[in-house]
Design a protein around this ligand. Structure first.
Ligand code: CTP
Length: 400
């Protein structure tokens, strides 16, 4: 396979440090990285760090005699399969939207004939400013792709949208865009995969819900990894603040019953991967108006069982997906419980994990075993992004 190449423009924001991890992930996946570091980017990371991780020279100056002699800026702008801007600051977005070309980064963005992916990073007020909204709309209309930004706490102490997407999420978006090329195999092309993710929220009254702590992270990673392998992915998500992975169609729902309805209307599918932490029960009555404190004391809440989405999808109906996968979060006797669940739910394999392990629940890592009728496979502990990639590969093998 020919090496795929990314031209990585690192703008000036505190998120520039994440560009180093992004570079590492890309190199590890065999993707070539040629960095361009803006003058303000160099206030946050050094050319040496970028160069060492990219294993390439770092380009910084538009008017550099040596750089121009070795590789002119026009040639540089065409030297990759994809141009990635991470962090894409408000300034870089404004320059690109208006076709300014006063430095190497903006000139490259104007001169390139390659697809461009931006990972914005800025203060929430800057992100929400009318000027940035206009620039975003212009860039999207010009065909630029975006990943993030996320919502969260920022280095400046504020909270909101503007935090750059995590490196592995940008990495996945890059791999999706790169795999549109002919060299990378996309074994799930033509397949439709349904993924459920996140918690459900079961209404008690218009302001109160019963829910759980699921972050949705693993399910979103799996949806992104499946899309990267070419699948058409429908992601039915409970209330979470995860960014939608590139190339994935997301349907937001709240309750288990809504989730089931959304899954059923997404059928037919070749595979269903049920990662959601569906609430087992809901209040038997959702009050139409807010419950008030009163002399009668706290209300008694009666719970009724929710439909089992996994079991419903796995039932032998004409619309049963060829492959149905369930998840099992266990605290003890993981293998035994997973095997019992496999039979009870009628699915094809169960991805089981021990949630008592530190860093798994709500964290970024997972240690799973795959339990099927063929036996048990134990996978080494790895990042949730890596686990997602392995699961997507296994889905592709099963559907082949
Ligand atoms: N699941 C589902 N619908 C439900 C409950 C669970 O689709 N109402 C799916 C989950 O997405 C997951 C699998 O079933 O893939 C396992 O969920 P879990 O809650 O662990 O299973 P339970 O049958 O509730 O077993 P337990 O007794 O361990 O709670």
């Amino acid at each position: 396979m020919t090496e795929r190449r990314v031209l990585l423009i690192v703008g000036g924001g505190i998120a520039a440090y994440k560009a180093l991890e992004l570079t590492r992930l890309l190199r590890k996946a065999g993707v070539g990285v040629r960095p361009i570091l803006t003058a303000s980017g160099a206030q946050f990371v050094t050319p040496l760090s970028l160069s060492a991780l990219a294993e390439d020279k770092v380009y910084q100056e538009l008017f550099s005699l040596t750089d121009e002699a070795e590789m002119g800026h026009i040639e540089l702008s065409r030297s990759a399969d994809l141009v990635v801007v991470a962090p894409a600051t408000a300034d870089l977005m404004a320059k690109a939207a208006n076709g300014l070309a006063g430095d190497l980064a903006s000139t490259t963005l104007l001169a390139t004939d390659k697809p461009v992916l931006m990972a914005p990073a800025m203060n929430v007020r800057m992100w929400e400013h009318a000027a940035t909204r206009r620039n975003l709309a212009t860039l999207k209309a010009d065909g630029v792709s975006f990943v993030g930004p996320d919502e969260g706490a920022m280095a400046c102490g504020e909270f909101g949208f503007g935090r750059m997407a995590e490196p592995h999420v940008i990495f996945q978006a890059i791999m999706t865009l790169l795999s549109d090329g002919p060299q990378i195999s996309r074994p799930l092309t033509g397949k439709h995969v349904l993924v459920t993710a996140g918690p459900t929220a079961e209404a008690l009254d218009p302001v109160r819900v019963l829910t759980n702590r699921s972050s949705g992270k693993q399910g979103f990673e799996i949806a992104g990894a499946l899309a990267r392998l070419g699948a058409r992915v429908t992601l039915v998500a409970g209330p979470v603040s995860q960014p939608t992975p590139a190339g994935v169609t997301r349907v937001d729902v709240e309750s288990a019953r809504d989730m089931l309805a959304a899954c059923q209307s997404a059928l037919p599918a070749d595979a269903a991967i049920c990662v959601a932490a569906v609430a087992d029960w809901r209040p038997d009555e959702a009050f139409g108006i807010k419950l008030k404190k009163g002399k009668d004391g706290p209300p008694a809440i009666t719970l009724v069982e929710n439909p089992d989405i996994l079991a419903t999808l796995a039932a032998h109906t004409p619309q049963r997906p060829t492959l149905v996968v369930g998840f099992a979060a266990e605290t003890n006797d993981v293998e035994k419980h997973a095997l019992a669940k496999l039979t009870r739910k009628g699915c094809d394999w169960i991805v089981a994990n021990d949630v008592t392990q530190p860093g798994v629940m709500g964290g970024t890592e997972n240690a799973v075993m795959i339990v099927s009728r063929a036996g048990v496979e134990r996978w080494d502990r790895a990042g949730k992004d890596e686990v997602a990639m392995k699961i997507a590969d296994r889905v592709a093998k099963d559907l082949a």
